[in-house]
Design a protein around this ligand. Structure first.
Ligand code: F6R
Length: 649
């Protein structure tokens, strides 16, 4: 007997609840690549602008800031420059602004909008509206009312662009916001403030408040595009799209909007039922990957080792289709068990003289040339320190390449101490270095006077970069490398002195391409971690992909495996892991020591995210969790494991 309420089917016999196929309450559009999604929105906006121009009408756009819409603005600017798209009939209202905030501050949304859009198009200044974060408190309420009136005056918003915060906020409507809320001064959620640290440098610099359009203001827009890109949004996206409407996740109010579309990339949609457990959502197109995912899910859900799963377990959990296909649980269990077993290897560079049919890496050549790309100077040891140590010990020619200087992540106090040290040491040694003394003086004076919004001067950036460089060098030497195999690329896209980075250019690609073609690697390791809060990992990976693409005609290219590891925040889902390298308790301790070499990132890193654990703790917890998961599935019990996925071009 089953009963249906909304999308939930209640099976009265066994008390199980299943969700039916269509339980997404906001229409979604998937994009392999977020850039393509952004281009699609930009082109749609351009079309609407042109249509209104033909009718001699204004179009009112509701605009967002943050990382999500940047590509939309880039494309609109390009269309203005190259395709003559005019914005003279466009009126804009921005969602929000921090309060208090000077419009010329680096973090102001006024500056953001000018930099990414308004300075580059022909919009009329009087048509631009952004909440004023610079008003005395007693004028704020009145300003907010006027903002609403202005939106009404222009006939309401035609197209509203939204990002989503990890709290589920749209605009800065944080959990607890009412459906009827209008433009107003609000308090920012703690998580939102933590996420904003990347823009403000320190948590204490992040304002506690903001002025935001209300939910009611947003929901009245005739058309809404909401976007989420990246793994860090996956959980809130799932709750927003599949959960009940609740003021605790204000984005869920959009479920009732008649003309809304959620644009998502693969990473942001990964928690949706139709992606994560599609067998619960309806009919599946079963392939080997999906079967493995389902069986592993079942085993973890029931906390039963793979080899103990029964026909009944499959049938009672929506997987009877699989049993029909495989005749019995037994055959299926063995198949998946073996698949997982074959991912485990203590020989990440391949086991010499062994049959490698079922091993993740080739046995030959027995001594491989390996490059470990580390986006920041500590990602190598944090993410794959155990594997790094093994590769060196097993006699491979290992190189490590630090892609960016990481200079923005050094505390001023640390840099000050090093600068003072340099000055005192040269003095103590009786060396007279007037030039050095001048630079030390300049750096320490700058730090003493530095304000929250100041960008570091070149000399300080250099000093901070060197601090990180020496730490990375110590870590790599500790792992057994010599200087000739340690490469610092200092990719130029990173060197802005601020959190906002430049675009990748040929110079960045050339640095990586050159190294690849010099070393001619058999194995490359790179950070495939798309959840990095700065996005730097993502850019670094894109640069590697491009460099591989540019090296296609090289002989080494055909014989090179690219392995992706993940950074400090997330691990690969167990069903996606293609190589799991066990780490013994002793190796784990050595990995910890290698991480300790990064003193500037210890205790309280500049960009800690919301996780209060230190990097070595995150790394160990994560590596232990992976080992535990293998063990729960019925495989051997290891202390810890590092995991990799092979990227196939
Ligand atoms: C920005 C705004 C916020 C952001 C959201 C996502 O004007 O109102 O709601 O859209 O915090 O930020 P990103 O895109 O940086 O992840």
């Amino acid at each position: 007997m089953t009963s249906t309420s909304g999308n939930i089917v209640q099976d009265n016999q066994n008390g199980l609840k299943y969700q039916l196929k269509s339980f997404e309450k906001i229409p979604i559009k998937f994009w392999e690549n977020p850039d393509d999604g952004a281009l699609h929105i930009a082109r749609y906006i351009a079309l609407c602008i042109r249509q209104k121009q033909q009718d001699n009408e204004l179009i009112v756009l509701g605009l967002a800031t943050g990382s999500s819409p940047i590509k939309i603005y880039n494309e609109l600017v390009r269309m203005h420059r190259e395709e003559g798209l005019s914005f003279t009939n466009v009126v804009t209202f921005n969602l929000d602004e921090y309060y208090p905030m000077q419009p010329d501050s680096n973090q102001s949304y006024v500056k953001f909008m000018n930099e990414f859009l308004f300075n580059h198009i022909d919009i009329k200044k009087e048509n631009i509206h952004i909440p004023n974060g610079n008003l005395p408190m007693e004028f704020v309420e009145n300003f907010c009312q006027e903002y609403e009136k202005k939106i009404d005056f222009y006939g309401g918003i035609d197209i509203q662009i939204l990002g989503i915060g990890r709290t589920g906020h749209i605009g800065f409507n944080e959990p607890g916001s009412w459906l009827t809320s209008r433009t107003r001064l609000v308090k920012l959620d703690h998580l939102t403030r933590i996420d904003a640290v990347k823009d403000f440098g320190k948590e204490e610099n992040v304002p506690y408040r903001a002025i935001t359009m209300g939910i009611n203001t947003i929901i009245k827009a005739r058309q809404v595009f909401i976007m989420a890109w990246g793994t860090h949004k996956a959980s809130i996206v799932q709750q927003t799209i599949e959960g009940e409407i609740t003021e605790m996740i204000p984005a869920t109010y959009l479920q009732n909007h008649p003309n809304v579309k959620f644009y998502l990339d693969a990473a942001a949609s990964s928690e949706l039922t139709r992606i994560k457990t599609p067998w619960l959502a309806g009919i599946c197109n079963w392939d080997d990957k999906l079967i493995a995912k389902a069986v592993i899910w079942l085993s973890l859900k029931l906390k039963k080792p793979l080899l103990k799963l029964t026909d009944e377990d499959y049938i009672n959990n929506g997987l009877s289709e699989l049993i029909a296909e495989y005749i019995s649980a037994y055959t299926l269990n063995i198949k998946i068990f073996n698949k997982l077993q074959h991912t485990i290897t203590g020989w990440p560079g391949g086991k010499p003289n062994a049959d490698d049919t079922n091993r993740p890496e080739r046995a030959n050549p027995t001594k491989k040339r390996v490059i470990i790309f580390s986006p920041h100077p500590d990602d190598d040891v944090i993410s794959m320190g155990g594997t790094f140590l093994r590769l060196v010990e097993q006699g491979h020619e290992v190189h490590v390449a630090y892609q960016v200087s990481g200079n923005i992540a050094v505390h001023d106090t640390d840099a000050w101490r090093y600068a003072e040290f340099m000055g005192s040491y040269t003095k103590a040694m009786g060396l007279d270095h007037p030039e050095l003394a001048k630079i030390v003086g300049k750096v320490t004076k700058f730090i003493d006077k530095k304000q929250a919004n100041d960008t570091d001067i070149k000399e300080l950036r250099m000093l901070k970069g060197i601090i990180r460089r020496q730490e990375a060098r110590s870590g790599a030497i500790y792992c057994g490398l010599s200087d000739k195999n340690i490469h610092f690329l200092d990719m130029p896209f990173y060197e802005t002195g601020g959190v906002r980075k430049n675009k990748l250019t040929d110079e960045d690609y050339a640095l990586i391409t050159k190294l690849l073609n010099e070393v001619k690697p058999h194995q490359v390791y790179a950070a495939g971690d798309l959840a990095d809060p700065h996005g730097t990992h993502r850019v670094c990976l894109d640069a590697i992909f491009e460099a591989f693409d540019r090296s296609k005609d090289q002989k080494w290219w055909n014989d090179c495996y690219l392995w992706l590891y993940r950074g400090a925040w997330h691990e690969w889902p167990i069903d996606e892991i293609e190589m799991a390298v066990p780490i013994s308790p002793d190796e784990l301790m050595r990995k910890r020591k290698a991480i300790f070499m990064h003193q500037s990132q210890k205790d309280h890193p500049v960009f800690p995210g919301e996780d209060t654990r230190e990097f070595w703790q995150r790394a160990e917890d994560r590596n232990r969790a992976t080992a535990n998961m293998y063990n729960t599935l019925g495989l051997a019990e290891y202390e810890a494991m590092e995991a990799f996925v092979r990227w196939k071009f």
